[in-house]
Design a protein around this ligand. Structure first.
Ligand code: C2E
Ligand code: MG
Ligand code: MG
Length: 705
C-alpha cells in the first residue's frame, strides 16, 4: 500500500511540477493573466475545478490566476530559490487547508522575484483509497520536512497542520525490505502498522498507517470465520460420521438379523432333518448317528448295549380304518408312553411308520433288558381312547445286543428286525432276543417274501376246496376255497406261512382278487359240469376287507363268471370288525346289497361279545375248530358252543362247525342242532378235481355217518 501510495503521490507532484515549469517557461513580456488564459484555452493547464494556477509578485500578491476570484485568499509565501516549494496555506492546525506548490519565476520574466503556484486541496492527495481498505482508523498523510502534516486523512476525516516529530517518524520506518512496525501514532495515540517514507524528488514524506486493532479485527474475524467454518466442517464431519455410524450399526443389525434368521432356519432345518415331525423323536438318520456313537463308546470302554426294535401290531388296520389323523394321534401317544418307560439316558427314536427303536446303553444283563421290554409292552398295551372309542394296541419287540449280535450298525439293526419278526410270529405283543436260529428263519422269510412277489405272475397259487355238509341230508351244500402256494422249491405252502407276510406288504389284495375270480369261475364250471348247485366261500383278510376295491373286485368276479351272487359267501373274522365297526358294517351292507352272503369265521376266538353280532348283517356263523376239537372233553367249550348255536339260531343265522374230525363230534353237533359241518372227518381241502369227485360220491348219501 505504501508503495502504490508513494507512486500516486510522486506522479501527482510531477504533473504539478510540469505545470509549474510550463507556466514559468511560457511567461514572457505579456501580462501574466493573458499568458495563463492562453495556456488554459490550449488545454495545457490542469482542470480548474481542482487546481488553481496562480502567479504572484515578489511580495506574494496575486497578479494572475486561473480562478477570477481566487479561491484561496492567503498569499503564497514559501517560494524557494531553487526547486519546488510546498506550503500549507492558511494557518494553524485543524480542518483541511489547500496546499500550494510554487516555483520562482525566471530572471527573464516580466515579473522577476515573483512565483508561479499550483494550489490544490490536500484531499486530492489522500482520496485514493476507500474506507474498506483503509478502515476507520487507517491513515494516509503527506508530511513536510519541517514536521507538519500537509494533509492527514484518518478514516474519512481530513486534517492538516499538525506538528509531528518528523525525524522520529521516518527513522527505521520506510517499510522497505521489512514489515511495517506497529507504533503508537503520536498525533492520536492509536497503534498502527506505520510506514513513513521520504520522497526522493520532493521535500515531502508519505505516511501510511493501518490500525492494528482493525487489521487484527479483520484477521480475528477471518480467524473467527475460519473457526466457524472449521467448526461447521467438523460438525458436518461429525454428522456424517454419526450418520455413517448409524448406517453401519443399522447394517450390522440387519446382518445380525439375517444371520439369526439363517441360523434359525439352519437350526429348524437341522431339527427337521434329525427329528420326526409327528412325535418330535429322533428320526432314522439321527438315530443312526446316535447308535454309531453309542457303539464307538461301548467299544472304547468295553461295554455293551441293547437295541430294541419295536413294531406296532395291527397298526395298519387302525390307520386305514380310522383315518390318518387318528393314526397320528396314536403314534404320538405311543411315543409318549415309550419315553416314560425308559430312563433319561436311553434313546427312543421313530424310524418311520409304526416302527420305533429304543437304545439302552451300558446294559449287560438279559433280565435288565427283559425288564425294560416288559415295561414297554405293558405301557403300550394299556387302553387308550381314540375318536371316542377305547382301543388297545400291542407291540412286538426284537432285541439285539452289541457286540454279541452284531458289531456294526447295519448288522445290529437287521438282527433286531429279525428278532422283531420272530416276536410277530410268536403271536405278537411280546419281545424276542435275537439268536442265530432266527437268522436262518428270517433268511427263509426273506426268500419267501421276494418269491411271493413273483408267485402271482408265475401262477404258483392254486385253490383247494373243502366241503361243507348239510347236517340233515349229508350232502355237500357248499365249498370253501382255501389258498395254497405251490412253491417251485419248497413245495406246497399253507396260508399260515405266507398270508401274514402278504398282509404286511399288501400283496394280499391282488392275491385275494385272484382267489375271488378263480373261486367264482370254479363254482360256475362245476355247475356247468353237472354238479348240484353249491355255495362258494372265500376268506377275506383284514387288509382286503378294508380295501376300497373290494366291492369292485367282487362284482367283477361275479360278472366275469356269471355266478349267482347268492351262491357266494365271504368269510370274515371278528377282529376285522373290531378295528372299525362302523366302516365294517358299511362294507357288509354293500355286500348284502349285491346279494352276497356273509359268514363270520373262527367265531369264538375273538374279543367280540355275542351281543355285538346283532348289529352285523350276517348270514352264517362258523364256530372255530378249536372249540370243536375239545368239545367232548371240555365243558367250557361245550357250553360256549351251545350258546353260540342258540344265539345264532335266535338271530336266524346258519351255524357251521369247523374242524370236525370225528363221528362223535358230528353226533354232538347234530344233537345240538348245528346246521352244517366242515372238517377232515368229511373231506380235507382238495384240488378242484378231487373235490368234485367227493361231491359226486356223497350225492346219494342219506346223512353224515
Ligand atoms: P379258515 O378259513 O378257518 O380255514 C379252515 C382251516 O382249517 C384251513 O386251513 C383248513 O385246512 C383247516 N381245517 C379244515 N378242517 C380241519 C380239521 O378237521 N382239522 C384241522 N386241524 N384243520 C382243519 P388252511 O387251509 O391252512 O387255512 C388256514 C387259514 O388261512 C384259513 O382259516 C383262512 O383264515 C386262511 N385262508 C385260507 N385261504 C385264504 C384265502 O384265500 N384268503 C385269505 N385271506 N385267507 C385264507
Ligand atoms: Mg375260512
Ligand atoms: Mg376258520
Amino acid at each position: 500500500m505504501a508503495e502504490t501510495y508513494e507512486a500516486q503521490v510522486v506522479r501527482a507532484l510531477r504533473e504539478i511540477d510540469t505545470t509549474l515549469r510550463l507556466v514559468r517557461y511560457s511567461l514572457d513580456a505579456r501580462p501574466p493573466q493573458e499568458v495563463l488564459d492562453e495556456l488554459h484555452q490550449q488545454g495545457m493547464l490542469p482542470p480548474t475545478l481542482l487546481f488553481e494556477v496562480r502567479i504572484s509578485d515578489a511580495e506574494g500578491r496575486t497578479v494572475a490566476s486561473t480562478h477570477p476570484q481566487p479561491a484561496h485568499q492567503p498569499n503564497v509565501t514559501m517560494v524557494q530559490a531553487e526547486g519546488m516549494g510546498i506550503e500549507l496555506l492558511g494557518s494553524g492546525e485543524g480542518a483541511e487547508q489547500p496546499l500550494a506548490f510554487s516555483r520562482r519565476l525566471s530572471e527573464e520574466s516580466a515579473n522577476p522575484q515573483g512565483a508561479v503556484s499550483v494550489l490544490v486541496d490536500g484531499a486530492y492527495f489522500v482520496s485514493g483509497y476507500d474506507m474498506d481498505t483503509l478502515g476507520v482508523l487507517g491513515v494516509l498523510a503527506l508530511a513536510e520536512e519541517e514536521g507538519t502534516f500537509l494533509v492527514r486523512r484518518t478514516g474519512n476525516d481530513l486534517f492538516s497542520g499538525e506538528k509531528i516529530d518528523y525525524e522520529d517518524l521516518l527513522t527505521d520506518n520506510d517499510g522497505i525490505g521489512q514489515p511495517a512496525l506497529v507504533r503508537s501514532s503520536e498525533w492520536d495515540g492509536v497503534d498502527r502498522y506505520l510506514v513513513a517514507r521520504q520522497l526522493f524528488e520532493f521535500p515531502v514524506a508519505i505516511v501510511v498507517g493501518l490500525s492494528q486493532t482493525e487489521q487484527l479485527d479483520a484477521a480475528e474475524s477471518m480467524q473467527r470465520s475460519y473457526y466457524l467454518r472449521a467448526w461447521l466442517v467438523s460438525l458436518a464431519g461429525l454428522v456424517i460420521l454419526a450418520l455413517l455410524g448409524w448406517l453401519s450399526w443399522k447394517l450390522q443389525q440387519v446382518q445380525a438379523k439375517v444371520l439369526e434368521e439363517r441360523l434359525d432356519h439352519a437350526r429348524r432345518a437341522e431339527y427337521l432333518a434329525f427329528h420326526d415331525n409327528l412325535t418330535g423323536l429322533p428320526n432314522r438318520a439321527y438315530f443312526s448317528r446316535l447308535l454309531t456313537r453309542g457303539m464307538q463308546h461301548a467299544r472304547r470302554y468295553d461295554k455293551q448295549l441293547a437295541l430294541l426294535f419295536l413294531d406296532l401290531d395291527r397298526f395298519k388296520a387302525i390307520n386305514d380304518s380310522l383315518g390318518h389323523d387318528a393314526g397320528d394321534e396314536l403314534l404320538q401317544e405311543i411315543s409318549r408312553r415309550l419315553g416314560h418307560s425308559v430312563r433319561e439316558s436311553d434313546t427312543v427314536a421313530r424310524l418311520g411308520g409304526d416302527e420305533f427303536v429304543v437304545l439302552l446303553p451300558e446294559i449287560i444283563e438279559q433280565e435288565q433288558i427283559s425288564h425294560v421290554a416288559n415295561k414297554i409292552l405293558a405301557a403300550v398295551s394299556a387302553p387308550f381312547t381314540l375318536v371316542g372309542q377305547e382301543f388297545r394296541i400291542t407291540v412286538s419287540i426284537g432285541i439285539a445286543r452289541y457286540p454279541a449280535d452284531g458289531e456294526d450298525e447295519q448288522t445290529l439293526m437287521k438282527h433286531a428286525d429279525v428278532a422283531m419278526y420272530h416276536a410277530k410270529e410268536e403271536g405278537k405283543n411280546n419281545a424276542q432276543f435275537y439268536s442265530e436260529q432266527l437268522k436262518s428263519d428270517s433268511l427263509e422269510r426273506l426268500a419267501l417274501e421276494s418269491s411271493l412277489r413273483k408267485a402271482l405272475e408265475r401262477q404258483e397259487f392254486t385253490l383247494y376246496y373243502q366241503s361243507k355238509l348239510d347236517m340233515a341230508t349229508g350232502r355237500v351244500i357248499g365249498m370253501e376255497a382255501l389258498l395254497r402256494w405251490q412253491h417251485p422249491e419248497l413245495g406246497l405252502i399253507l396260508p399260515k406261512q405266507f398270508i401274514p407276510l402278504a398282509e404286511e406288504n399288501g400283496l394280499i389284495v391282488p392275491i385275494g382278487r385272484w382267489v375271488i375270480y378263480t373261486a367264482c369261475r370254479q363254482n360256475v364250471a362245476w355247475l356247468k359240469a353237472g354238479l348240484p348247485q353249491m355255495s362258494m366261500a372265500v376268506n377275506l383278510s383284514a387288509r382286503q376287507f378294508l380295501d376300497d376295491g373290494l366291492l369292485r373286485d367282487i362284482k367283477g368276479a361275479l360278472q366275469a363268471s356269471g355266478m349267482a351272487p347268492e351262491l357266494l359267501e365271504v368269510e370274515i373274522t371278528e377282529s376285522m370288525m373290531m378295528v372299525d365297526m362302523q366302516k365294517a358294517v358299511g362294507v357288509l351292507q354293500e355286500l348284502r346289497k349285491i346279494g352276497v352272503r356273509i359268514a363270520i369265521d373262527d367265531f369264538g376266538t375273538g374279543y367280540s361279545s355275542l351281543s355285538k353280532l346283532q348289529a352285523l348283517p350276517l348270514d352264517t356263523i362258523k364256530i372255530d375248530g378249536s372249540f370243536i376239537q375239545d368239545l367232548l372233553n371240555n365243558a367250557g367249550d361245550r357250553s360256549l358252543t351251545e350258546a353260540i348255536i342258540d344265539l345264532g339260531k335266535s338271530l336266524g343265522l346258519t351255524i357251521v362247525a369247523e374242524g370236525v374230525e370225528s363221528a362223535e363230534q358230528v353226533a354232538y353237533l347234530r344233537q345240538h342242532a348245528c346246521d352244517q359241518v366242515q372238517g377232515f372227518y368229511m373231506h380235507e381241502p382238495q384240488p378242484a378235481v378231487d373235490a368234485a369227485r367227493s361231491v359226486q360220491e356223497r350225492l346219494d348219501s342219506e346223512s353224515i355217518p
